[in-house]
Design a protein around this ligand. Sequence first.
Ligand SMILES: N[C@@H](CCC(=O)N[C@@H](CS)C(=O)NCC(=O)O)C(=O)O
Length: 204
Amino acid sequence: MKLYHFPLSGHAHRAALFLSLAGVEHELIPVDLAAGAHKQPEFLALNAFGEVPVLDDDGIIIADSLAILVYVARKIGPSHWLPTDPATEAEVQRFLSVAAGKIAYGACAARLVTLFDAPFRAEEVIGRAHATLTVIDQLLATRSWIAGTAQPTIADVALYSYIERAPEGNVDLSTYPHVLGWLRKIEQLPGFVPFARSRAGLEA
Ligand SMILES: N[C@@H](CCC(=O)N[C@@H](CS)C(=O)NCC(=O)O)C(=O)O
């Protein structure tokens, strides 16, 4: 499979991370966001929203990081990554929604402010990041993995990248011991690949 990718994108990282964790052979195709390559007709033909990541599985095009996680999890066949029991699958979906909502407009947005000068109000997005992390930390006090399963799911993968790099957006993780423990457990999974580090925010 080919993954259209940008190293500083947490959305692209979560897709690349899952391909690696799932043991799926893949090639990373760099997309030069700084040069606007994602807004050129060739890339827009793959994803009309003009965003990375995009997966190309032998001509089957999947745009959107969370859609890629679902596609790859289904493609590899039954596994712990995307359980089919209705209640468990719904719990996984619940946290994919957290990744697409509270995390995107919280920890992710806070990092966009420090890395790319994005026009968000830092106080607001950092506040949203902390409100989300507080709940996730409470949940992880009683759950090994975020969807309450015995083994990791794509919900853990979906949440990992922007939470782990949240300090780059001035979101301090030190008061979330269960989140920190969960991040380290993900990093120990076979096939784990790290998200690029930037000198920004609390990591400057
Ligand atoms: N919902 C999309 C969001 C992807 C996204 O926001 N990608 C960013 C990089 S982190 C992007 O390509 N931004 C370029 C732009 O919007 O101009 C996903 O989950 O893949």
